[in-house]
Design a protein around this ligand. Sequence first.
Ligand SMILES: *Cc1c(COP(=O)(O)O)cnc(C)c1O
Length: 523
Amino acid sequence: MTSSLSDVHGSPPEPTAEGPPAPTPGLTAAFDPERFHDGAVEIAGRLTSHLRDRSVRGLDLLDPAVLLKAARDLMTPERRRVADFDADRVNRIVDLYTGTGIPVHSPGYMGRQFSGVVPLAGLIDMVGSVVNQPSSFYEAGQLPNVAERLMAEELNRFIGWDRDRFAMVTTSGGSLANLTALLAARDRAFPQIWTRGAAGLPGPPAIAVSEEAHYSVTRAAGVLGIGERQIVRLPVDHAGRIRADLAGKVLQEATRRGLRLFCLVASAGTTSMGAFDPLEDLAAVAHRHGLWLHVDGAHGASLLLSDRHRDRLRGIERADSLTWDAHKMLFMPAPCTLLFYRDGAAARGAFRQRASYVFDEEPDIYRAYDSADKTLECTKRPMIMPLWTVWSVYGPALFAQKIDRLCAVARQAYRMIDAEPDFAVAHEPESNILCFRYLPDGLEPATTHRLQLEIRNRIRSGGRFFISKVDIDGVAALRVVVMNHLIDAGHLAMLITEIRDVGRRVLGASATARPGHRNGSPS
Ligand SMILES: *Cc1c(COP(=O)(O)O)cnc(C)c1O
């Protein structure tokens, strides 16, 4: 029989003829609602302190080996029985988690496109994790599926598509949305492909994208088997926008070479500079060439909510699909992406499959709310719930006000940096992204690239600001993404001073290191 030792350790007793044994005390305790309550209160307190900290700080980037050790030390050594609950261990895990992130709620954070979330969204996300209602099927996520409908209607008012025809599906990220839209586009052009595969194609399928397109678009082309050579690059202007006047000629040339173009991908807010392609003109180009127009608005679609900035997306009503990340400019926990189709029937073209265990033969009132026929994902987070809840509680003005503020601060940063003689802005900001360089007099062009990289890295290790870098025309630039509405002119001035100080130190150090300059200051 089982040894007394394993009984002491709470191993489950062998099943008996009477049926399975009762759950062990350890198993029961892990699901104890009272424990949940105490933990929730404790964790809410810690998160509240985290939110209260508005000090200006950047990322504390740890050596992964150090973090690995710290994390490993928090793991219970107990393997045989369910370990006793250790509140202290949980608290230390929460502290390590909050303490090692990019401080998205600090004004020092200006580096990435995800935002400090609306705190209410975090609470609803927790509800979603506890009740666990995956959302591809109405049956499993009733409210999430209804909320998707409502949110789709709300946001489509800003897009302006026919309410009886359009469709929306949530995806885990903009990359997946771009892939899904390209699938639908390809299916419209080559409906035989689902059954016959590549063998059914009349020629090599091709897409046209901006030189500035996000890498997920070209990656999607790779996944779809389109092949790099069938990606037609459209030239951009100095600000990173597709030259609609040149696009037609490039497309004609590609068609002449035998490519079967089926989709033109435009960006509403490029990742690097936040540039908005001229959608109205590109819609005309796409129409002339019989192409599906997909708009990658992962970053910038949210500007539709702002009276002041909506105009950047003029022409969106003529697009066929739109990727819209709510975890960027709608300030939601990641991921939460909404993929819109002007024609809902086209959405179903992406996935023509049938599976008896999930897709019922007989349509019914419930099935009409399923979204699994429009997405690669089966089990999926009910990611709409934080967005729908925040929208329901505060209304659209919350989003519009924050967006307006972020764009205004980016414009202010532009003016301030443009006024500095030793800085050069790379473009006028169209949204909340601004790229620029530290370029003091006499800087050799060959040094420019390395200098920006070095500044960026040193600013990051300095731990006060977190900014990013991007290559523009092959030369690195510093990049600020204003995602925090608390950033003001004072913070921008601090950042400029810090960049200048760091830049001077880098240049000073390299001057002293150069042979023949040995008599310079050693520091
Ligand atoms: C961020 C971004 C993406 C990728 O979206 P994820 O949600 O990170 O997968 C795609 N396109 C553009 C323009 C983006 O800015």
